[in-house]
Design a protein around this ligand. Structure first.
Ligand SMILES: [Fe+2]
Length: 206
């Protein structure tokens, strides 16, 4: 059952706690750090995928940067780590947003031609998303917003369509790329088709 989205000012308000202390949220999400036993391969992969450069790198640590932040991803070398088993708690993925559908799909094309392919392309509704697995199996999501404003995207979270299917609809990235290059408008390409009810059990989660 869909409900009304909270007003933007309510979402943005930090308020005070029960002791009257002001609650201050962080200014931004800064970075994440991965530990690995295949250091060079992981550094190469993140540099290639994100178009990042090392702000610092030695034999055991790399800080990768691609924007105003000094590092968005850091890789830490540790010997003899065990592979990640499925079915354990932890981070499912980290997501990176592109400015336009063309930026996202041009990145898809560039990576595809290097043999790096998404493991899970899906239109969530609020975003068109390509999930990739790094050499250690950690997943990242490359995405573009499907709506022009945060209010429209939030409204979608509270829609009947999202209540019925909060997961999304898979798509063929080569087909989307072809349609994009043929000049179909972004709004049409980003619109999530209606395929009825779906739940977490319908998708492959690692
Ligand atoms: Fe995500």
């Amino acid at each position: 059952m869909a409900v009304d989205a909270p007003a933007r000012e309510d979402r943005a308000k930090h308020g005070k706690n029960a002791q009257g202390r002001e609650i201050i949220s962080p200014e931004r999400l800064a970075h994440f750090v991965l530990r690995t036993s295949r250091f060079e391969e992981m550094v190469d992969w993140y540099q290639t995928v994100l178009g990042a450069r090392p702000a610092f790198k030695n034999d055991i640590l790399a800080f990768l940067s691609y924007d105003e932040e000094h590092h968005r991803v850091a890789i830490l070398a540790m010997p003899d780590l065990k592979p990640q088993p499925d079915g354990v708690v932890g981070v499912h993925h980290n997501a990176f947003a592109y400015a336009t559908l063309d930026d996202l799909m041009s990145t898809y094309e560039r990576l595809r031609d290097l043999g790096i392919k998404p493991v899970f392309p899906i239109n969530h509704g609020p975003t068109t998303s390509l999930y990739y697995a790094d050499p250690d199996g950690n997943q990242i999501e490359l995405q573009v917003d499907n709506y022009d404003s945060i209010d429209e995207a939030t409204a979608f979270f509270y829609s009947e369509a999202f209540a019925e299917n909060p997961i999304g609809v898979e798509f063929d990235p080569d087909d989307l790329l072809r349609r994009l290059r043929a000049g179909e408008p972004d709004e049409e390409l980003k619109r999530r088709p209606d395929i009825g009810k779906r739940g977490v059990a319908d998708i492959k989660l690692r």
